[in-house]
Design a protein around this ligand. Structure first.
Ligand code: URA
Length: 274
C-alpha cells in the first residue's frame, strides 16, 4: 500500500506514526513487525433464545415483569425499542446500572460499530464509548472521515451508529456472561435491522461471538470480509485492547481500510445494478 499525505494525516489522527517516511508515491508496508503479544482466546458461549422482560411503563408497585417475545422486539420501531431497552429487567445487570446505554448515531448510518458493554463512564453518561476507548474510537473514525455526531455531516455515508452487545454495565467492568449476552441480543439485532448499515465493524470478541457465532480469536477472523444477514462485516480489535497493545494499532488501521474497501465495493456493485 502507498501512503498518501492524506493517509499519513489519518494515521496521525489514530496516534500511529510511520517511521520510515518514504518519498512521495513510494510503497510502505501497512503492518508492523509481527506482534509479540498474544491475543486472549475467547471463551465459548452458549447462545440462548432471547427473553426480554419489560415492566409496563404504567406499573406502580408491580415487581412482576412482562416478558416481551423476541418476535415483538423484532417489530419495534426506534421509540419502542428505546423504551424497551430503558425499562429492561431481563437479567441482573439492571440492578446495578445507573441507566441503560442504548446506542448513538444516525439512525440510517452506513457504518455500524458494535462494541462490548458500557463501562463506568458510559453508565454515567448514557452513551457508548465515551471513556478512553471511546476517544481512541473517535480518532479512528475521524481518520477515515466518519463521525458519530449528526451535526458534523448530514451525509449518512459519513455517519456511524454505535451500539454494544450489552446495554447495561457489568459490575466492575467484568466480561459479559453468556446469559446476559443471550438476553440482550434481540435489542442489538433489531438495532441492526433498523439502521440497515452498509458495513458492520465488530470490535472485540463479544461482538464477534454475538454476530458471527464464532469463538475463534480475533486474529484469525480479521483480514477478510464476513457477512451478517447479508451485510458486510469486518472484525477488528476492541479499542480497549488497542490501548493496551499499541503495536496492534496498525492492524486496526488495516481493518478500517478493509471496511472502507468493502463499502466501496458494494456501492459499486449496486451502481452496476448487479
Ligand atoms: N467498551 C465497549 O465495548 N463499549 C463501550 O460503550 C465502552 C467501552
Amino acid at each position: 500500500m502507498t501512503w498518501t499525505e492524506r493517509q499519513r494525516a489519518m494515521l496521525a489522527e489514530m496516534g500511529l506514526r510511520v517511521w520510515d517516511a518514504p518519498a512521495a508515491g513510494e510503497p510502505v508496508a501497512a503492518s508492523p513487525p509481527p506482534a509479540s503479544i498474544a491475543e486472549a482466546q475467547p471463551t465459548p458461549r452458549r447462545v440462548e433464545a432471547v427473553a426480554i422482560s419489560v415492566p409496563p411503563s404504567s406499573a406502580v408497585a408491580a415487581p412482576a415483569a412482562i416478558t416481551v417475545a423476541p418476535s415483538v422486539v423484532a417489530t419495534m420501531d426506534w421509540p419502542a425499542l428505546r423504551e424497551a431497552v430503558a425499562s429492561c429487567t431481563a437479567c441482573s445487570l439492571h440492578t446495578g446500572r445507573r441507566q441503560t446505554v442504548f446506542g448513538v448515531g444516525h439512525p440510517q448510518a452506513h457504518w455500524m460499530i458494535v462494541g462490548e458493554a458500557p463501562g463506568e463512564e458510559e453508565d454515567r453518561r448514557g452513551e457508548p464509548f465515551v471513556g478512553r476507548s471511546g476517544q481512541l474510537l473517535d480518532n479512528m473514525l475521524r481518520a477515515i472521515g466518519l463521525s458519530r455526531q449528526a451535526g458534523d455531516t448530514p451525509d449518512p455515508a459519513r455517519q456511524v451508529f454505535i451500539a454494544n452487545t450489552l446495554k447495561c454495565r457489568p459490575p466492575g467492568n467484568r466480561n459479559p456472561l453468556p446469559e446476559e449476552l443471550a438476553r440482550c441480543e434481540g435489542f442489538l439485532i433489531r438495532q441492526i435491522e433498523l439502521v440497515q448499515p452498509k458495513i458492520i465493524l465488530a470490535m472485540g470478541r463479544f461482538a464477534v461471538q454475538s454476530l458471527l457465532r464464532s469463538t475463534a480469536p480475533i486474529g484469525q477472523l480479521r483480514g477478510r470480509v464476513h457477512r451478517y444477514q447479508g451485510v458486510p462485516l469486518v472484525v477488528t480489535y476492541h479499542p480497549a485492547y488497542l490501548l493496551r497493545n499499541l503495536i496492534e494499532k496498525a492492524r486496526a488501521w488495516d481493518d478500517l481500510c478493509l471496511a472502507l474497501d468493502a463499502v466501496e465495493a458494494s456501492a459499486a456493485h449496486v451502481a452496476r445494478g448487479a
